[in-house]
Write a protein that binds this ligand. Structure first.
Ligand SMILES: Nc1ncnc2c1ncn2[C@@H]1O[C@H](COP(=O)(O)OP(=O)(O)OP(=O)(O)O)[C@@H](O)[C@H]1O
Ligand SMILES: [Mg+2]
Length: 324
């Protein structure tokens, strides 16, 4: 059985990371240092993720019998077709998925391209904080890894069901739709908890940082719930309804069987009920630690409350690598 040994959460200042680029490296470095200190661990190996919006992925086919050199030639040719910038500026990687269903002598593979700069700036910030990047993943892939820990809670372990994982962050919301553990759709929407923080700040005349803190701790005047929180939850539910309509119109799918709510905003009590009421689809708050044990180092109740926001981190922590 897996066990959550330790975790730490440190908020980043506003705009430290913008559109996938680290715009305030010193702030990110300081946050990493603080998180590592709070973690109270000896390990210096870390797993990081790029945002899905910073990578290009493409399903390709590779001959099963190809040599490494042949694969490399083909990968480069495929990459040339999809990259909008010179290949010298690109980090690329691929993963063989398995034999192609129609053509078993060929393998399905997933090609992933990222601007080298996006990768290197992350590795550099980690290194400045004294940490070594063992793996660079992608947040959407980590979401899939974390989901595998949760699938047991769905009827038939989720088999044959269309599952929408909706990760609602501070400034953006990522929608990933899965069928049988395969990603069938992905899209990012400009929607997130900053809207609520801004409204709290305006309504109760608080600086943004205090508004953020009061929001998380639930320390706000009585009028907050009805006048500020409820309208925000309604607007999130409405946007989720729209996002699903967009999924239906962009694909041949016509239904979603389950919604899993992840990201920091999914910690807001009652969001699942509001979403369910609006879109009439079974809705669950994502807890990737549901079937894991919890070490005595960890406050179990706090972990449960923060679990949706740790969805991607959990997926990253499940990656295997050889420590140095
Ligand atoms: N207990 C809580 N109650 C209400 N809101 C919360 C709570 N915990 C976190 N949030 C909100 O969740 C948001 C942060 O979520 P998350 O950590 O998933 O974002 P992020 O991944 O850093 O941002 P983005 O995906 O937009 O880049 C913030 O708006 C924060 O205020
Ligand atoms: Mg996020």
């Amino acid at each position: 059985m897996r066990r959550v040994e330790r975790y730490a959460v440190v908020p980043l200042p506003k705009e430290a990371v913008q559109e996938g680029a680290i715009s305030k490296p010193e702030a990110v470095e300081a946050a990493l240092r603080e998180a590592w200190k709070n973690l109270n661990s000896r390990t210096k190996d870390i797993v990081l993720a790029l945002p899905a919006s910073s990578v290009i992925t493409k399903k390709i086919m590779l001959p099963g019998a190809a040599t490494e050199a042949e694969i490399e030639t083909q990968i480069n040719a495929e990459a040339n077709q999809v990259a909008s910038f010179p290949l010298g500026d690109v980090s690329l990687d691929y993963q063989i998925l398995g034999p192609n269903a129609k053509n078993p002598t060929e393998n399905d593979a997933l090609l992933v391209l990222a601007r080298r700069e996006r990768v290197e700036e992350r590795v550099a910030v980690a290194e400045a904080a004294g940490l070594r990047t063992a793996i660079m993943d992608v947040d959407a892939f980590a979401t899939l890894t974390a989901y595998e820990q949760m699938a047991f809670q769905l009827p038939d372990q989720g088999a044959g069901q269309v599952v929408a994982i909706i990760d609602i962050g501070a400034s953006s919301t990522r929608v990933n739709v899965l069928l049988d553990n395969q990603m069938v759709y992905q899209r990012e929407h400009a929607l997130g908890g900053n809207t609520l923080t801004n409204e709290i700040s305006r309504r109760f005349d608080l600086p943004l940082e205090e508004a953020e803190d009061a929001k998380r701790k639930g320390l706000l005047p009585d009028s907050y719930e009805a006048e500020v929180l409820q309208p925000f939850l309604d607007s999130i539910a409405q946007e989720i309804g729209r996002a699903l309509q967009l999924f239906f119109s962009a694909t041949s799918y016509q239904r979603v069987d389950h919604i899993l709510l992840a990201g920091g905003c999914a910690s807001i009590p009652g969001l699942d009920d509001v979403v369910h009421g609006k879109v009439q689809t079974s809705t669950m708050i994502a807890n990737p630690f549901a079937k894991m044990a919890v070490s005595s180092n960890v406050k179990a109740r706090q972990l449960a409350a923060e679990a949706p926001g740790l969805f991607v981190a959990c997926g990253l922590a499940l990656r295997r690598f050889d420590p140095t």
